[in-house]
Design a protein around this ligand. Structure first.
Ligand SMILES: [Mg+2]
Length: 391
């Protein structure tokens, strides 16, 4: 049939957007105020439409905040065309300027935006990677994210995950930099290095966005020197997230690439960090920054500044699925974050992620996000799971 005689796809109207906060199995954060079983720090989001098609997304924040944000945003999204993710997400952003730009509303918009792209993919029969412009690759290496621990225990953990096929590791948070003990810090890194598989890759995350991070630039410079001796691929959040000028200095002085940006929201917040050259590696979180629409723009901006982009969307299987689609749609993405042993990543989908023999994750080329939630499995972690599935 000639294209000119085809009708455009009719709009799908948004009827309801709901959130299901996840409880009980949130992985530890290594935070100074540690996450408890009853805390909700991740939420799934569903966008229901009048065509009976539902899209899914994910937010890395307290589920109660997502629920409140959905109520506030409802007049803006109700009846909107679910086939226009970028326009609808931008409408939500533009009209909420007076309630604080970034933060909770942006976190909630992230989940909505991911779900809208999922819907557009389902309706057109295309994976999000294709919708975003095409697939540069069919698979990508996941790096296994582990909390730091005493050296011997950490080495045992690395060994467990190495045996499950991971080739790249990031160790972070926990005691590192928090005990004023540089010998302990080095022993931790050394133990992890020794436990890597042959040719294995290692990254280190100080986690300086944690409350009351005690160290400054001098610590970061000394520690970067130590990490260089262990072939560490990047040093992440070595400074508090707003220490822009110190990040610039650290990046210029450090032999180890400097990474950061996971707590920033809105593309505009990334601009000074990119323009000033604060990072070698920028790590926006697709479930926080504003979703796929926003993350794509940040990642392309980074490309143009010669800064490496690696996504931070580890919070649930849907965050990982969104990162995988971006890893397809952008050139030069060689890693995605994959937190070790999270039920919300490994145990909520009909078909869990599976590493191939090379330790790589295949990037789904099915419509939308290309993954399906399993209702019974999600129900184990959320009393409100039914909302996600019943339109
Ligand atoms: Mg981090």
């Amino acid at each position: 049939m000639p294209l000119s005689s085809r009708d455009a796809i009719a709009p799908l109207r948004i009827t309801r957007i709901v959130a299901a906060p996840l409880f009980g199995e949130s992985p530890k954060g290594g935070w100074s105020f540690e996450i408890k079983a009853e805390d909700s720090i991740h939420a799934l989001v569903a966008v229901h439409t009048d065509a009976g098609i539902t899209g899914y997304g994910s937010c890395f924040t307290d589920g109660r905040l997502v629920e409140a944000a959905l109520e506030v945003l409802e007049p803006l999204y109700r009846g909107e065309n679910a086939l226009e993710p970028e326009r609808v997400a931008e409408k939500l952003r533009q009209n909420t300027f007076w309630m604080g730009r970034g933060g909770t509303l942006t976190h909630a918009i992230s989940g909505i935006d991911i779900a809208l792209w999922d819907i557009l993919g389902q309706v057109t029969g295309l994976s999000i990677g294709r919708l975003l412009g095409g697939r540069h690759q069919d698979r990508v290496m996941p790096y296994c994210s582990l909390l730091m621990d005493e050296p011997a225990r950490l080495a045992d953990e690395v060994t467990v995950w190495r045996e499950r096929g991971f080739r790249a590791f990031k160790i972070g948070w926990g005691p590192f930099g928090r005990r004023n003990d540089s010998r302990l810090d080095e022993a931790i890194v050394s133990a992890a290095r020794d436990a890597l598989p042959p040719g294995g890759r290692l990254m280190v995350d100080a986690g300086a966005s944690d409350a009351y991070w005690p160290n400054g630039l001098k610590w970061a410079l000394r520690t970067a020197d130590m990490l260089a001796a262990y072939g560490v691929e990047w040093f992440e959040e070595a400074l508090p997230p707003d220490a822009l000028e110190d990040f610039v200095t650290l990046r210029n002085m450090s032999r180890v690439p400097i990474a950061g940006g996971e707590v920033l929201t809105r593309r505009q917040a990334f601009m000074p960090f990119l323009m000033r050259g604060a990072f070698d590696v920028v790590q926006p979180d697709v479930t926080k920054v504003g979703g796929l629409s926003e993350q794509r723009r940040i990642a392309w901006m980074a490309q143009d500044f010669g800064i490496r982009y690696v996504g931070h969307g580890w919070n649930t299987a849907l965050g990982v699925a969104a990162d995988l689609q971006l890893a397809a749609a952008l050139p030069n993405v060689d890693l995605v974050e994959y937190i070790a042993g999270s039920a919300y990543v490994d145990n909520i989908m009909a078909t869990p992620f599976q590493l191939d023999a090379d330790g790589m994750l295949p990037i789904p080329d099915r419509p939308g996000l290309g993954v399906s939630l399993d209702r019974d499995r999600v129900s184990r972690y959320s009393p409100h799971a039914a909302r996600l599935f019943d339109a």
